[in-house]
Design a protein around this ligand. Structure first.
Ligand SMILES: Nc1nc2c(c(=O)[nH]1)N[C@H]1C(S)=C(S)[C@@H](COP(=O)(O)OP(=O)(O)OC[C@H]3O[C@@H](n4cnc5c(=O)[nH]c(N)nc54)[C@H](O)[C@@H]3O)O[C@H]1N2
Ligand SMILES: Nc1nc2c(c(=O)[nH]1)N[C@H]1C(S)=C(S)[C@@H](COP(=O)(O)OP(=O)(O)OC[C@H]3O[C@@H](n4cnc5c(=O)[nH]c(N)nc54)[C@H](O)[C@@H]3O)O[C@H]1N2
Ligand code: SF4
Ligand SMILES: [Mo]
Length: 754
């Protein structure tokens, strides 16, 4: 049984390994930032901070609070982690410490840019010219090809008020139907899995659960790198917990855990059904909970019978003893929590895999109690906000576009004609991309995402771009892969340059504050959307959306009676004074028409859902959902014998790098060119030495990289970080049928010396 200090020691040894490869990493920086030159530097006296402002970090979904120090004019000059905020307790990862640096990058957009059709160059123009070009070109496309020939791709990285305004503007004001965001690449699976199993997209946990579990099971998640402050919370667990890490790679998290389960890629569904089978055989199920609060268990139990240990061992490559060990832990520990991220969500059968995790939590009664839960960790700072208020798959506030009563209700709250709300279903990201290919989509507006880098199989993108009549990109930088292809580039303010709410992984609303002025003519996305609405001629619809906080009040009203209700929140100051507030949150003592919402004793009470065993389905029961496992769509073969896995490379790199690459500090903490990890056995067999230049190719494209030989990889597998654009030239476009989330982590490739 590990003690806290032995866990720390094993984590630190993982760090040493990383340190050797990429320089000092997460936890050291978290605890001793000053030792790495990341502390608050000595400031010249004219820069002595006069005020501080609390603001939630704009990178990952942990939602750490940062204290921003400002000079007399209100301009941010530095920041430090907020010591009292219940999320991060005074800690921040390198990206948080460096959050202000990308704002000052030399490639910030300072004016709109319009492509000059004569020279082919992007040239600075005024906002008037930019808006006129936007409206003229997009209206011409709609006139020629119909209203649904326009589409947008947006993000989980802007504030909730901006996402809601964008979704409403596009669907209620501009007549669009097919809109989506990078949340599809990331959280669509969790959204659908929860909705089908629980009746609403409701991650049930609070971060205190990291500290209160007796056993934590991480499946396809690498929090040491991707959610370092959540990992710090695990390190604060005083129960000497078992930490099981299910990942084909021996990741930093796997090294720090107590049991690494190196299953074959994409064999999770079989493994999870096999565990369910063994738990049932052992009698380690909570029959009372199952009978009182769930549906479909008997069918599930009958289905998993065939997942015998021998069958599961063969399919997953794991010894039967490992299966038995996991079952022993789940069966004997009182508080077991299950955590999953992209190793699950990005798969060809991801929704059923997420639900297989949910099933394990339900059947063992590990839900609704401290230290338990079937817990999906979100990715971007506001992925949860976009799930509730993006207006893409569900109508603002988690309502249903197809339901006339829902449309009438939302229209009533917003004071608009219900007829402007479409009843049709939006295409998903991949369908929008295919729609560009077939000519159904002719105009595309890309907001706060870098599609030409991050979309799966993006080799197609330049060709697709040529099929678009007009491409608008709205970003902080004009240098992103996507912005460079645009006809019109709109300069956006970034995190720190505007106000609004993010919702973190534990459903906590936090406020991001304006602490810095955006450069040149750059504007907050909120202001850009308002300008577009006026220029388009539908500004009247959005009179009540006069500011981010006025918009927040509209969204608050839309949440009334929904599981995500937060009508008890007074406004931004209330959220900040309470150090963030989790939904659901009704005014203390309020009578709610929704029996499913719970009123907490105080806003700061750490809240988990389902303490009463009541779910959001019509009969308040959670549902056991399952399906036959299917083989991966592209299996390795003689021509492409390796399986390529992709994901986060370091805690200092964020996605496509447009922000993190702008910091000298962050660039020092991670490799600056593309590498590929390979096992020692495969490297020896192929004559590949450390740092050798290699080419990795798939049926779709190739990428130049240098080789990193590491025993963390199993033979036959390669790993590349997603932070370099060549990686998605290799990936295979497979999608989960329920969530349509791309399967980024499994495609067949070969590797050779360059
Ligand atoms: N530093 C940093 N932090 C980030 C981000 C970032 O870009 N940089 N991005 C944020 C976002 S948006 C997200 S979504 C999260 C992602 O956070 P994570 O999901 O934790 O990160 P990934 O590295 O994408 O994937 C996690 C693990 O899945 C494993 N995996 C691959 N295939 C399989 C499989 O078949 N089964 C299992 N069980 N595991 C598998 C991979 O080996 C990898 O270690 O991180 C967030 N935090
Ligand atoms: N191979 C592979 N590919 C992957 C993944 C993987 O694991 N493997 N993971 C996927 C996942 S989970 C995700 S979330 C995606 C992320 O993929 P992207 O969303 O494409 O990545 P980012 O680099 O975060 O792009 C965000 C863009 O928004 C801009 N921006 C930041 N703040 C603002 C703002 O306030 N306003 C505006 N207008 N712009 C802003 C930034 O400059 C940046 O260009 O990548 C996906 N792609
Ligand atoms: S862990 Fe996430 S929210 Fe916290 S400082 Fe780092 S990037 Fe920001
Ligand atoms: Mo993500």
């Amino acid at each position: 049984m590990p003690t806290l200090s032995s866990l720390r020691a094993s984590f630190d040894s993982a760090l040493l390994k990383l340190h050797a490869r990429t320089g000092p990493m997460t936890s050291e920086l978290v605890r001793h930032p000053a030792a790495h030159g990341l502390g608050v530097p000595q400031l010249p006296s004219r820069l002595t901070p006069t005020t501080t402002t609390r603001s939630v970090c704009g990178f990952c979904s942990t939602g750490c609070s940062l204290t921003v120090h400002r000079d007399a004019s209100g301009q941010a000059i530095n920041l430090s982690p907020d010591p009292v905020y219940p999320v991060n307790l005074g800690m921040a990862c390198p990206k948080g410490w460096e959050a202000l640096t990308p704002l000052a990058a030399s490639d910030r957009l300072k004016t709109p840019l319009l492509r000059n059709t004569a020279t082919g160059q992007l040239e600075p123009v005024s906002w008037d010219v930019a808006l006129a070009a936007f409206v003229k070109n997009f209206k011409a496309i709609q006139a020629a090809h119909g209203p649904h020939s326009l589409s947008f791709l947006s993000t989980g990285q802007i504030v909730m008020e901006e996402m809601a305004l964008l979704g409403a503007l596009a669907k209620f004001g501009m007549g669009m139907l097919h809109i989506d965001s990078n949340t599809r690449q990331c959280m669509a699976t969790s959204h659908v899995a929860y909705k089908q199993s629980f009746g609403f997209d409701a991650p049930p946990f609070t971060y205190a659960d990291f500290e209160e579990s007796d056993a934590l099971i991480f499946i396809g998640a690498n929090p040491c790198i991707a959610h370092p402050i959540m990992w710090q919370r695990v390190m604060m667990n005083k129960n000497s917990p078992e930490i099981i890490v299910v990942d084909p790679r021996r990741t930093e998290t796997a090294i720090a855990g107590t049991l690494h389960v190196p299953l074959l890629p994409k064999s999770d569904l079989t493994l999870l059904y096999g565990l369910a089978h063994l738990l049932i055989e052992r009698g380690a199920v909570k029959q009372e909970f199952i009978d009182a609060h769930t549906r479909n268990f008997a069918e599930f139990a009958a289905f998993v019978k065939k997942f015998t240990p021998a069958h599961v061992a063969a399919a997953t490559g794991l010894p039967v003893a490992t299966l038995e060990r996991i079952v022993e832990i789940i069966a004997t520990k009182q508080r077991v929590s299950f955590w999953w991220t992209m190793g699950v969500n990005q798969g060809h059968e991801s929704t059923r895999t997420a639900q297989a995790i949910i099933n394990l939590a339900l059947m063992t009664g590990n839900i609704g109690r401290p230290g338990t839960g079937a817990n999906s960790i979100t990715g971007q700072c506001n992925a949860m906000g976009s799930r509730l208020f993006g207006n893409a798959s569900s109508l603002l506030g988690g309502y249903d576009f197809a339901n006339a009563e829902h449309r009438a209700h939302v229209a009533g709250v917003l004071g608009i004609n219900p007829a402007v709300i479409p009843s049709g279903k939006s295409w998903a990201y991949d369908q929008i991309i295919d729609g560009i290919d077939t000519g159904a989509i002719k105009g595309l507006w890309v907001i706060a995402t870098n599609t030409a880098h991050s979309w799966i199989n993006q080799k197609r993108f330049p060709e697709l771009r040529s099929k678009l009549d007009f491409l608008v990109v709205q970003d902080m930088y004009g240098t992103t892969e996507t912005a460079q292809m645009a006809d019109l580039v709109l300069p956006a303010a970034g995190w720190g340059e505007k106000d609004g709410v993010f919702i973190n992984s534990e459903r906590r609303l936090g406020v991001a504050r304006k602490v810095s002025r955006a450069p040149g003519l750059a504007l907050a996305d909120f202001a850009i959307f308002k300008l577009v609405a006026e220029a388009w001629g539908c500004g009247e619809l959005f009179r009540r959306w006069e500011s981010p906080e006025a918009t927040f009040r509209l969204l608050r009203e839309l949440s009334r009676g929904q599981p995500c209700e937060f009508t008890g929140i007074e406004g931004y100051d209330h959220i900040q004074n309470e150090c963030g507030i989790q939904w659901p949150y009704l005014a203390t003592g309020a009578e709610t028409p929704n029996p499913k919402s719970q009123t907490p004793k105080s806003p700061s009470t750490q809240r988990r859902l389902f303490a009463d065993g009541k779910f959001y389905t019509a009969d308040q029961r959670a549902i056991f959902l399952f399906d036959e496992p299917r083989p991966m769509p592209e299996l390795p073969d003689a021509a492409y014998p390796f399986l390529l896995n992709t994901g986060r490379g370091s805690s200092a790199q964020w996605h496509t790098g447009s922000r993190t690459n702008k910091s000298d500090v962050l660039r020092k903490l991670a490799p600056t060119s593309l590498y590929v990890e390979i096992s020692p056995a495969d490297a020896a067999r192929l004559g590949i030495s450390a740092n050798a230049a290699v080419t990795v190719s798939s049926r779709r494209g190739e990428a130049a990289a240098f080789a990193v030989i590491t025993a963390t990889l199993q033979s036959g597998q390669l790993f590349m970080p997603m932070h370099f654009d060549a990686v998605n030239r290799l990936t295979f476009p497979a999608f989960d049928p329920h969530s349509r989330q791309p399967s980024y982590k499994a495609c067949a490739v070969r590797i050779a010396l360059a």
